[in-house]
Design a protein around this ligand. Structure first.
Ligand code: CAA
Length: 259
Protein backbone atom coordinates (compact mmCIF):
# COMPACT_ATOMS: atom_id res chain seq x y z
CA UNK A 1 0.00 0.00 0.00
CA UNK A 2 1.29 3.44 -0.98
CA UNK A 3 2.43 5.93 1.67
CA UNK A 4 0.41 9.13 1.72
CA UNK A 5 1.13 12.64 2.95
CA UNK A 6 -2.12 13.44 4.75
CA UNK A 7 -3.76 10.09 5.48
CA UNK A 8 -2.64 6.85 7.10
CA UNK A 9 -3.85 3.66 5.47
CA UNK A 10 -3.71 0.36 7.34
CA UNK A 11 -5.13 -3.07 6.67
CA UNK A 12 -7.09 -5.04 9.25
CA UNK A 13 -7.58 -8.30 7.36
CA UNK A 14 -10.16 -7.44 4.65
CA UNK A 15 -10.83 -3.95 6.01
CA UNK A 16 -8.88 -0.88 4.87
CA UNK A 17 -8.65 1.69 7.66
CA UNK A 18 -8.05 5.29 6.58
CA UNK A 19 -7.12 7.84 9.24
CA UNK A 20 -7.14 11.50 8.28
CA UNK A 21 -3.86 12.87 9.55
CA UNK A 22 -3.61 16.67 9.66
CA UNK A 23 -4.00 17.02 13.44
CA UNK A 24 -2.73 20.62 13.62
CA UNK A 25 -5.46 21.74 11.22
CA UNK A 26 -8.19 19.53 12.77
CA UNK A 27 -8.00 17.39 9.63
CA UNK A 28 -9.07 20.25 7.38
CA UNK A 29 -9.59 18.80 3.92
CA UNK A 30 -7.07 20.48 1.65
CA UNK A 31 -6.41 19.47 -1.95
CA UNK A 32 -3.66 17.08 -0.87
CA UNK A 33 -6.14 15.17 1.35
CA UNK A 34 -8.45 14.91 -1.63
CA UNK A 35 -5.62 13.67 -3.88
CA UNK A 36 -4.55 11.12 -1.26
CA UNK A 37 -8.10 9.86 -0.69
CA UNK A 38 -8.73 9.61 -4.44
CA UNK A 39 -5.56 7.55 -4.91
CA UNK A 40 -6.36 5.34 -1.91
CA UNK A 41 -9.95 4.71 -3.02
CA UNK A 42 -8.85 3.89 -6.56
CA UNK A 43 -6.54 1.29 -5.03
CA UNK A 44 -9.29 -0.11 -2.75
CA UNK A 45 -11.71 -0.56 -5.64
CA UNK A 46 -9.02 -2.40 -7.63
CA UNK A 47 -7.77 -4.56 -4.76
CA UNK A 48 -9.66 -7.86 -4.30
CA UNK A 49 -8.29 -8.12 -0.75
CA UNK A 50 -10.32 -5.08 0.38
CA UNK A 51 -13.93 -5.83 1.31
CA UNK A 52 -14.83 -2.63 3.18
CA UNK A 53 -13.29 0.71 4.11
CA UNK A 54 -13.40 2.66 7.39
CA UNK A 55 -12.57 6.39 7.41
CA UNK A 56 -11.85 8.08 10.69
CA UNK A 57 -10.17 11.18 12.12
CA UNK A 58 -8.94 12.07 15.60
CA UNK A 59 -10.73 12.24 18.94
CA UNK A 60 -11.14 16.01 18.51
CA UNK A 61 -12.06 16.18 14.84
CA UNK A 62 -13.18 13.81 12.14
CA UNK A 63 -12.59 16.83 9.89
CA UNK A 64 -13.31 20.53 10.52
CA UNK A 65 -14.19 21.16 6.89
CA UNK A 66 -12.51 22.13 3.66
CA UNK A 67 -9.26 24.01 4.28
CA UNK A 68 -10.34 27.62 4.72
CA UNK A 69 -6.80 29.00 4.53
CA UNK A 70 -6.24 27.25 1.19
CA UNK A 71 -9.60 28.42 -0.19
CA UNK A 72 -9.47 32.01 1.08
CA UNK A 73 -7.47 33.55 -1.84
CA UNK A 74 -9.34 31.67 -4.59
CA UNK A 75 -11.29 33.61 -7.19
CA UNK A 76 -14.49 32.65 -8.93
CA UNK A 77 -12.42 31.71 -12.01
CA UNK A 78 -10.09 29.52 -9.94
CA UNK A 79 -13.05 27.66 -8.47
CA UNK A 80 -15.02 27.48 -11.71
CA UNK A 81 -12.18 26.48 -14.05
CA UNK A 82 -10.37 24.10 -11.68
CA UNK A 83 -13.60 22.60 -10.30
CA UNK A 84 -11.36 20.77 -7.87
CA UNK A 85 -14.13 19.92 -5.41
CA UNK A 86 -15.68 17.69 -8.09
CA UNK A 87 -12.89 15.27 -7.16
CA UNK A 88 -14.86 14.42 -4.01
CA UNK A 89 -17.42 12.68 -6.21
CA UNK A 90 -14.79 9.95 -6.66
CA UNK A 91 -15.12 9.10 -2.96
CA UNK A 92 -18.91 9.03 -3.22
CA UNK A 93 -18.62 6.68 -6.20
CA UNK A 94 -16.48 4.12 -4.35
CA UNK A 95 -17.90 0.71 -5.23
CA UNK A 96 -16.97 -1.02 -1.99
CA UNK A 97 -18.87 -0.36 1.25
CA UNK A 98 -17.50 2.57 3.26
CA UNK A 99 -18.00 3.39 6.92
CA UNK A 100 -17.35 6.78 8.52
CA UNK A 101 -16.29 6.59 12.17
CA UNK A 102 -16.85 10.11 13.47
CA UNK A 103 -15.61 11.60 16.74
CA UNK A 104 -15.49 15.32 17.49
CA UNK A 105 -16.08 17.89 14.77
CA UNK A 106 -17.52 16.86 11.43
CA UNK A 107 -18.16 20.30 10.00
CA UNK A 108 -18.63 21.56 6.46
CA UNK A 109 -16.60 19.28 4.18
CA UNK A 110 -16.08 16.97 7.18
CA UNK A 111 -19.82 16.40 7.52
CA UNK A 112 -20.00 16.05 3.74
CA UNK A 113 -17.21 13.45 3.69
CA UNK A 114 -19.02 11.46 6.39
CA UNK A 115 -22.19 11.64 4.29
CA UNK A 116 -20.32 10.31 1.25
CA UNK A 117 -19.88 7.07 3.22
CA UNK A 118 -22.47 4.30 3.36
CA UNK A 119 -22.69 3.82 7.12
CA UNK A 120 -22.07 6.63 9.59
CA UNK A 121 -21.12 5.61 13.13
CA UNK A 122 -20.76 8.44 15.64
CA UNK A 123 -18.95 8.68 18.93
CA UNK A 124 -20.97 10.37 21.66
CA UNK A 125 -18.58 13.33 21.21
CA UNK A 126 -19.46 13.89 17.53
CA UNK A 127 -20.69 17.28 16.35
CA UNK A 128 -22.11 17.74 12.89
CA UNK A 129 -22.79 20.94 11.01
CA UNK A 130 -22.62 22.91 7.78
CA UNK A 131 -21.24 26.25 9.01
CA UNK A 132 -20.26 27.55 5.55
CA UNK A 133 -22.80 30.38 5.67
CA UNK A 134 -20.68 32.09 8.32
CA UNK A 135 -17.79 32.14 5.84
CA UNK A 136 -19.90 33.72 3.13
CA UNK A 137 -20.28 30.51 1.11
CA UNK A 138 -22.57 27.47 0.99
CA UNK A 139 -21.67 23.75 1.23
CA UNK A 140 -19.68 22.65 -1.82
CA UNK A 141 -19.32 18.87 -1.48
CA UNK A 142 -23.00 18.00 -1.50
CA UNK A 143 -24.03 19.22 1.96
CA UNK A 144 -27.15 21.03 0.84
CA UNK A 145 -28.26 17.93 -1.07
CA UNK A 146 -27.15 14.90 0.97
CA UNK A 147 -27.97 16.46 4.34
CA UNK A 148 -31.46 17.35 3.11
CA UNK A 149 -32.03 13.82 1.83
CA UNK A 150 -30.71 12.36 5.09
CA UNK A 151 -32.53 14.50 7.65
CA UNK A 152 -35.26 16.34 5.72
CA UNK A 153 -35.80 19.97 4.82
CA UNK A 154 -36.69 21.31 8.28
CA UNK A 155 -33.46 20.36 10.00
CA UNK A 156 -31.28 20.81 6.92
CA UNK A 157 -32.50 24.39 6.51
CA UNK A 158 -31.95 25.01 10.23
CA UNK A 159 -28.35 23.77 10.04
CA UNK A 160 -27.40 25.28 6.67
CA UNK A 161 -28.97 28.69 7.35
CA UNK A 162 -27.81 29.16 10.94
CA UNK A 163 -24.52 27.25 10.70
CA UNK A 164 -25.21 25.65 14.10
CA UNK A 165 -23.87 22.23 15.04
CA UNK A 166 -25.89 19.23 16.17
CA UNK A 167 -24.63 16.63 18.62
CA UNK A 168 -24.56 12.88 18.06
CA UNK A 169 -27.95 12.26 19.69
CA UNK A 170 -29.71 14.85 17.55
CA UNK A 171 -27.93 13.47 14.48
CA UNK A 172 -29.11 9.95 15.28
CA UNK A 173 -32.69 11.07 15.95
CA UNK A 174 -32.63 12.96 12.64
CA UNK A 175 -31.44 9.91 10.71
CA UNK A 176 -27.93 11.07 9.79
CA UNK A 177 -26.18 8.54 11.99
CA UNK A 178 -26.83 4.81 12.12
CA UNK A 179 -25.52 4.29 15.65
CA UNK A 180 -23.80 6.10 18.53
CA UNK A 181 -21.09 4.48 20.63
CA UNK A 182 -18.92 5.72 23.52
CA UNK A 183 -15.90 7.59 22.10
CA UNK A 184 -13.35 5.04 23.30
CA UNK A 185 -15.24 2.24 21.52
CA UNK A 186 -15.66 4.04 18.20
CA UNK A 187 -12.87 2.47 16.20
CA UNK A 188 -13.56 -1.06 17.44
CA UNK A 189 -17.26 -0.66 16.68
CA UNK A 190 -16.58 0.65 13.16
CA UNK A 191 -14.00 -2.07 12.45
CA UNK A 192 -16.40 -4.75 13.68
CA UNK A 193 -19.15 -3.49 11.38
CA UNK A 194 -16.66 -3.27 8.51
CA UNK A 195 -15.38 -6.81 9.16
CA UNK A 196 -18.96 -8.11 9.15
CA UNK A 197 -19.62 -6.45 5.80
CA UNK A 198 -16.25 -7.57 4.42
CA UNK A 199 -17.09 -11.15 5.43
CA UNK A 200 -20.13 -11.17 3.12
CA UNK A 201 -19.94 -11.94 -0.57
CA UNK A 202 -18.11 -8.97 -2.10
CA UNK A 203 -20.22 -8.80 -5.27
CA UNK A 204 -23.44 -9.11 -3.27
CA UNK A 205 -22.35 -6.34 -0.85
CA UNK A 206 -21.42 -4.12 -3.81
CA UNK A 207 -24.78 -4.75 -5.48
CA UNK A 208 -26.64 -4.15 -2.19
CA UNK A 209 -24.83 -0.80 -1.85
CA UNK A 210 -25.60 0.14 -5.44
CA UNK A 211 -29.26 -0.75 -4.95
CA UNK A 212 -29.70 1.35 -1.79
CA UNK A 213 -27.92 4.28 -3.46
CA UNK A 214 -30.25 3.93 -6.45
CA UNK A 215 -33.08 5.06 -4.13
CA UNK A 216 -31.54 8.54 -4.13
CA UNK A 217 -31.13 8.73 -7.88
CA UNK A 218 -34.42 7.63 -9.36
CA UNK A 219 -38.17 7.20 -9.06
CA UNK A 220 -39.63 4.44 -6.89
CA UNK A 221 -40.84 2.47 -9.93
CA UNK A 222 -37.40 2.59 -11.60
CA UNK A 223 -35.68 1.81 -8.32
CA UNK A 224 -37.91 -1.21 -7.78
CA UNK A 225 -37.20 -2.44 -11.32
CA UNK A 226 -33.46 -2.04 -10.72
CA UNK A 227 -33.69 -3.92 -7.43
CA UNK A 228 -35.73 -6.75 -8.99
CA UNK A 229 -33.22 -7.22 -11.84
CA UNK A 230 -30.31 -7.24 -9.39
CA UNK A 231 -32.21 -9.68 -7.16
CA UNK A 232 -32.83 -12.02 -10.11
CA UNK A 233 -29.21 -11.82 -11.21
CA UNK A 234 -27.91 -13.01 -7.84
CA UNK A 235 -29.50 -16.40 -8.48
CA UNK A 236 -26.74 -16.87 -11.06
CA UNK A 237 -24.07 -16.73 -8.33
CA UNK A 238 -22.40 -19.45 -6.29
CA UNK A 239 -22.96 -17.25 -3.25
CA UNK A 240 -26.75 -17.58 -3.47
CA UNK A 241 -26.39 -21.38 -3.76
CA UNK A 242 -23.99 -21.52 -0.82
CA UNK A 243 -25.88 -19.01 1.36
CA UNK A 244 -29.19 -20.81 1.00
CA UNK A 245 -27.66 -24.32 1.27
CA UNK A 246 -25.96 -23.24 4.51
CA UNK A 247 -29.27 -22.05 5.93
CA UNK A 248 -31.03 -25.29 5.03
CA UNK A 249 -28.15 -27.39 6.44
CA UNK A 250 -28.04 -25.26 9.63
CA UNK A 251 -24.40 -24.17 9.20
CA UNK A 252 -22.50 -20.97 8.45
CA UNK A 253 -21.88 -20.24 4.76
CA UNK A 254 -18.34 -21.06 3.64
CA UNK A 255 -16.26 -19.55 0.86
CA UNK A 256 -18.32 -16.53 -0.09
CA UNK A 257 -16.80 -14.82 -3.10
CA UNK A 258 -14.26 -12.26 -2.02
CA UNK A 259 -13.17 -11.06 -5.37
N1 CAA B 1 -9.56 25.04 7.53
C1 CAA B 1 -8.30 25.40 7.85
N2 CAA B 1 -7.82 25.37 9.10
C2 CAA B 1 -8.65 24.97 10.08
C3 CAA B 1 -9.98 24.59 9.82
C4 CAA B 1 -10.44 24.63 8.48
N3 CAA B 1 -11.67 24.25 8.12
N4 CAA B 1 -10.56 24.27 11.00
C5 CAA B 1 -9.64 24.44 11.94
N5 CAA B 1 -8.47 24.86 11.40
C6 CAA B 1 -7.22 25.17 12.08
C7 CAA B 1 -7.29 26.48 12.83
O1 CAA B 1 -7.06 27.56 11.95
C8 CAA B 1 -6.20 26.29 13.85
O2 CAA B 1 -4.96 26.51 13.23
P1 CAA B 1 -3.86 27.47 13.93
O3 CAA B 1 -3.48 26.74 15.17
O4 CAA B 1 -2.77 27.54 12.91
O5 CAA B 1 -4.53 28.77 14.21
C9 CAA B 1 -6.28 24.81 14.19
O6 CAA B 1 -6.96 24.19 13.09
C10 CAA B 1 -7.08 24.52 15.45
O7 CAA B 1 -8.35 25.12 15.30
P2 CAA B 1 -8.98 26.13 16.40
O8 CAA B 1 -7.90 26.83 17.15
O9 CAA B 1 -9.99 26.97 15.73
O10 CAA B 1 -9.66 25.05 17.37
P3 CAA B 1 -10.91 25.27 18.34
O11 CAA B 1 -10.97 24.06 19.18
O12 CAA B 1 -10.83 26.61 18.99
O13 CAA B 1 -12.19 25.32 17.36
C11 CAA B 1 -13.57 24.56 15.51
C12 CAA B 1 -12.56 24.18 16.64
C13 CAA B 1 -14.89 25.05 16.14
C14 CAA B 1 -13.82 23.32 14.68
C15 CAA B 1 -12.95 25.71 14.66
O14 CAA B 1 -11.63 25.33 14.28
C16 CAA B 1 -13.72 26.02 13.41
O15 CAA B 1 -14.74 26.68 13.48
N6 CAA B 1 -13.21 25.56 12.23
C17 CAA B 1 -13.81 25.87 10.95
C18 CAA B 1 -15.11 25.09 10.73
C19 CAA B 1 -15.72 25.48 9.40
O16 CAA B 1 -16.12 26.59 9.18
N7 CAA B 1 -15.79 24.49 8.45
C20 CAA B 1 -16.33 24.72 7.15
C21 CAA B 1 -15.21 24.98 6.16
S1 CAA B 1 -15.77 25.47 4.57
C22 CAA B 1 -16.23 24.04 3.80
O17 CAA B 1 -16.10 22.96 4.32
C23 CAA B 1 -16.77 24.26 2.41
C24 CAA B 1 -17.37 23.04 1.79
O18 CAA B 1 -18.50 22.67 2.00
C25 CAA B 1 -16.60 22.29 0.84
Amino acid sequence: MTDFETIIVERRERVALVTLNRPKALNALNFQVLADLQAAFTEFDRDPAVGAVVITGSAKAFAAGADIKEMAPKTYMDMFLDDAFAGWDRIGCARKPTIAAVAGYALGGGCELAMLCDILIAADTAKFGQPEIGLGIIPGIGGSQRLTRAIGKAKAMDLVLTGRTMDAEEAERAGLVSRIVPADELLDAALTVAATVAGMSLPVAMIAKESVNRAFETTLAEGLRFERRMFHSLFATDDQKEGMAAFVEKRQPANFTHR
